[in-house]
Design a protein around this ligand. Structure first.
Ligand code: IPT
Length: 954
């Protein structure tokens, strides 16, 4: 066998495939009706899965592949060879990992040769045999019994070959030569780890000679029309003669009929959902006539140990988790998913935006910089010789996936500029399938003057979407990417949804993105740059709303809260409930409510709300509010079935009494050089006048502090702080910020006046003028209660602050704590809709969130009380307002350690627990790729007044 006879064919645009079967719809033929109805493909005698451990030989250069390979390793199929030690994984976003010199790829083109044996029995030999590859990156050359059958490109598309004339009864040898790069790689510049090999299922099909090839099922006016004549429709196992009043499919109630096509000896089943998709004159997306909002997420196929391969069971788990987060829409960014994924979407109910396997993003940086100079003929989307390569990709997607009810929109790919080839793709798609919508975000580059059905944008600000909503363009507006979920975040998703509900033509959007892309190495998650890549984008791949193992973080729960399907309001004793489901009556759930005063439940009940989709009803609830409370009185509402699907909290109008703090009497104050010693019955405090703060709090004979208390503003930048952090801090190569991570605290004066210590001072970053001047008074009562009253002035032109508060070090053993505030998960002033105010317990360890790159985490807003290490931090004080509250954070890590660590295994625990009692901590937003943090969530006040008290906690 001469495997190099077609040297460099992979760079030839006229040879992007040879002998590949025309694309057909995805299906599996069965040998009996029962098996077809059951739909377990492994039971079909006409299907043979070839996945398993195959022989494998890797060559750094394809030209080194010998005619006869003598040394074979083993590799699992499906998998990517980089996940098995052949080359390192390579993460790059926009930049191509090789020169932009289309259609040419590097001379040294790595190659993996796969080999396995399969058996063909007599029955199979009498029929036709096909082999199907569901995904091979980047191209494949197929040999059966040493004969070249054909070749194919298009990593995430199906390649089917008729191998009948190459197989024989008995043992057959299958050889697949896979190249790392080919001309098609220019079309696959997606933002992910670049991984090679056979990464999806490979199987054989035995087909009757002359059997049907493509089968098309169309839904026209709520009736099913099939390209074949001989078929039967079943509802479950019951045959249906006429389908007059069909049950419709939608993502909430994904009802599917089973349609079985009979062709020669084959039974070919399809799951069919009946639904229609329209756009109203107001630009709404109508599914079966209902105006539906797309609560979406972008999903890549990514797995921390398997690379681009996701096994069926894990796809299912992934989808169930999406359901749990109230997600109803998936954009298959940025290529068609494994076909089984769409079967699952039909079955579980998702609206899918199926995306063509095209991204040529790296053309923007071919001359350095970042430029969409799309009128330049160098863009291959403008070149006629590339037209077929573009168009056949959309054709293969549409032909493969056209029978899926879940698919409601075809996407022409991602970030590929806009050129004449896009016009051809869009026109072809619209002519081929007028039942669905066509979207392409790149149309924004030509002012949306292409024939896309949807105006689609990415990362537009909240004001931006509102601006479109008010414009005269009556097409639906879709955020194909928004709320970049990198690291701690996203914080702004709720703000988008306020607008999306407000305006009919804002049809929703897809959070970027579902899961972190990482590679798990020895228990640590690695990302770009960890594998010696020459050009890479660091941790920009770790931007999932769930972690790589699909576990949830605060951002996941925040999306769940923004996407939830009820809205409630409390008006005195009446609860107003709005059903935001499109096809579900709320009576399928139970609605629980409870009223808690100072964390104690004082009334509760359960309602069965018979509320139709999009309707509102009011219910009178039976509860009496207390006359007053100390911390707060709230009503929690939650909607449940097997688990909680929605929850909201309402603050109730009950007077908050300012506690029983008592500043009567005087403790003993003694000044000794730089120290003030304050003693009472069961306490001895030491205040350091030189530094203007407490350095020791001994209560009942035990030291409660492990170091001096500090006023600080730094937080370890989150990924969403990646731009503002240069205005905040001092980092290499940057000298323009306030240097807030290198601050000096200055005490101008400190004096003792009665039972008050008055400090006036400032904070300034190194080399900068003070950004904050303050006066703080510490009042100590006879019983040892300390009231801290801070007045600060921030310099006029200062950037908004990361946070501001006092940092205490508590001896390590005291890491457990109890609080009244927002919890139980971390929350920030914008990212807080998933939490509610209550009494919670936690410990520093539990507060840790393993963001792939360590960063700020673990904040709690709306706190009134925190008890830790024998101390009680409280919002109550004699002269404090009853609305007073603080934010806090308890951690085993200093912000310096979190700032410096690049991976979780570099984190070193502090000897003591660090407690921050903050005036405020700025919000989170999604500026890692999205717009700047919304103004109202910035700590930008110039005059700050902040109070809290510290007392003994038993
Ligand atoms: C956008 C890409 O479409 C997506 O693939 C991903 O890279 C995302 O950004 C960032 O994580 S493109 C960007 C230039 C707006």
């Amino acid at each position: 066998m001469k495997m190099n006879e077609k040297l460099r064919n992979y760079e030839n645009l006229n040879l992007i495939q040879e002998n590949r079967e025309p694309q057909r719809s995805y299906y599996i033929p069965y040998d009996s009706l029962e098996k077809a109805l059951e739909g377990n493909k492994e039971n079909s005698s006409y299907y043979k899965l070839l996945n398993g451990s195959w022989d494998f030989a890797y060559f750094k250069r394809d030209i080194d592949v010998p005619d006869i390979i003598t040394k074979w390793d083993k590799i699992p199929v499906p998998s990517n060879w980089q996940m098995h030690g052949y080359e390192a994984p390579y993460y790059t976003n926009v930049n191509y990992p090789y020169p932009v010199d289309a259609p040419f790829v590097p001379d040294d083109n790595p190659c993996g040769v796969y080999q396995m044996d399969f058996n063909i029995n007599k029955e199979w030999a009498q029929k036709d045999s096909y082999i199907v590859f569901e995904g091979v990156n980047s191209c494949l050359y197929l040999y059966v019994n040493d004969k070249l059958v054909g070749s194919s490109q298009g990593s995430h598309l199906q390649s089917e070959f008729n191998i009948s004339k190459y197989v024989k009864v008995g043992n057959n040898k299958l050889t697949v030569k896979v190249l790392k790069w080919c001309v098609g790689s220019y079309l696959e510049d997606q933002d992910f780890f670049r991984l090679s090999g056979i990464f999806r299922d490979v199987y054989l099909l035995s087909r009757d000679k002359g059997s049907v090839h493509d089968i098309e099922i169309k839904i026209v006016n709520k009736t099913i029309s099939v390209s074949e004549k001989d078929y039967v429709i079943y509802e479950g196992k019951n045959k249906i003669e006429t389908l007059a009043n069909p049950i419709l499919w939608n993502a909430e109630k994904p009802f599917l009929y089973t349609l079985v096509v009979k062709n020669k000896s084959e039974f070919i089943p399809f799951k069919v959902g009946i639904r229609d998709i329209k756009v109203s004159t107001e630009g709404e997306l109508l599914i079966n006539g209902m105006s539906v909002k797309l609560k979406g997420v972008n999903r890549h196929e990514t797995h921390p140990t398997l690379g681009h391969y996701t096994p069926y069971d894990e796809m299912k788990v992934e989808l169930l988790k999406m359901k749990e987060l109230n997600i109803n829409c998936i954009r298959t960014s940025h290529y068609p998913p494994s076909p089984e994924f769409l079967n699952l979407c039909d079955e579980l109910g998702f609206y899918v935006v199926d995306e063509t396997d095209i991204e040529i993003h790296g053309f923007v940086s071919r001359n350095g910089g970042y430029q969409y100079d799309i009128e330049n003929p160098e863009w291959i989307c403008n070149q006629k010789q590339w037209e077929n390569a573009f168009v056949e990709r959309v054709q293969r997607m549409v032909e493969r996936d056209k029978n899926h009810s879940s698919v409601i929109m075809w996407s022409m790919g991602n970030e590929s500029g806009y050129g004449s080839n896009h016009d051809v793709m869009i026109n072809w798609t619209k002519n081929r399938d007028s039942s669905r919508l066509v979207h392409y975000e790149g149309a924004s580059l030509v002012n949306d003057k292409s024939s896309v059905d949807v105006v689609s944008r990415m990362y537009t600000s909240v004001e931006g979407i509102e601006e479109f909503a008010k414009s005269d363009d009556m097409r639906p507006f879709f955020l194909c990417e928004y709320s970049h979920a990198m690291g701690n975040g996203p914080g702004d998703v709720y703000d988008y949804w306020k607008r999306i509900y407000q305006y009919p033509k804002l049809i929703g959007g897809c959070v970027w993105e579902w899961a972190d892309h990482t590679v798990l190495v020895d228990g640590t998650y690695k990302y770009g740059g960890d594998f010696g890549e020459v050009t890479h984008d660091g941790n920009f791949c770790c931007d999932g709303m769930v972690f790589a193992d699909r576990s949830f973080k605060a951002g996941s729960l925040e999306v769940k809260a923004a996407y939830q399907y009820i809205k409630t309001e409390i008006i005195e004793n009446k609860l107003k409930v709005t059903n935001l489901y499109d096809f579900t009556n709320l009576n399928e759930y139970k609605l629980l409510w409870k009223v808690a005063s100072d964390g104690e439940v004082i009334a509760q009940g359960e309602l069965n709300c018979d509320i139709k989709p999009h309707d509102t009803k009011q219910y009178i609830l039976d509860f009496t509010l207390p006359k007053s409370c100390e911390l707060g009185c709230y009503m929690d509402v939650s909607l449940e079935k097997e688990y909680e699907v929605a929850m909201e909290q309402h603050s109730l109008d009950v007077e908050i009494l300012n506690g029983n703090s008592d500043l009567q009497g005087t403790a003993k104050f003694e000044e000794e050089s730089e120290l003030i010693k304050i003693t009472g019955e069961d306490f001895t405090y030491t205040f350091n006048k030189h530094y203007g703060n407490f350095e020791s709090l001994i209560v009942d004979g035990s030291e409660r502090l492990a170091g001096i208390t500090k006023l600080t503003v730094w937080r370890a930048p989150t990924d969403n702080d990646r731009n503002v952090k240069y205005k905040w801090g001092l980092f290499e190569d940057n000298r323009s910020g306030e240097n807030l991570n290198r601050i000096f605290s200055k005490v101008y004066s400190c004096e003792l006046k009665g039972n008050k210590i008055l400090v006036s001072g400032s904070l300034a970053g190194i080399s900068r003028s003070p950004f904050l001047k303050f006066n703080t008074s510490f009042t100590v009562s006879a019983c040892g209660e300390i009231e801290v009253e801070f007045q600060g002035k921030v310099k006029e032109d200062c950037v908004y602050l990361p946070r501001l508060g006092f940092e205490f070090e508590i001896p390590k053993k005291n890491e457990k704590f109890k609080y009244y505030g927002m919890g139980p998960t971390e929350n920030y002033m914008d990212m807080c809709h998933h939490t509610s105010v209550g009494m919670f317990e936690s410990c520093a360890k539990e507060e840790y969130v393993p963001y792939i790159v360590p960063q700020e985490h673990g904040n709690h807003t709306k706190a009134k009380e925190l008890c830790i290490g024998g101390l009680k931090f409280s919002s109550l004080g004699v002269n404090f307002s009853s609305n007073n509250q603080f934010e806090f954070n308890v951690s085993n890590y200093t912000s310096e350690v979190l700032t410096n660590a690049k991976h979780t295994d570099e984190l070193i625990e502090n000897e003591n627990t660090i407690v921050r009692i903050d005036y405020k901590n700025s919000g989170i937003g999604s500026n890692s790729c999205g717009p700047e943090l919304i103004d109202e969530y910035r700590l930008k006040e110039k005059d700050i007044s902040f109070q809290f008290s510290i007392s003994k906690f038993i």
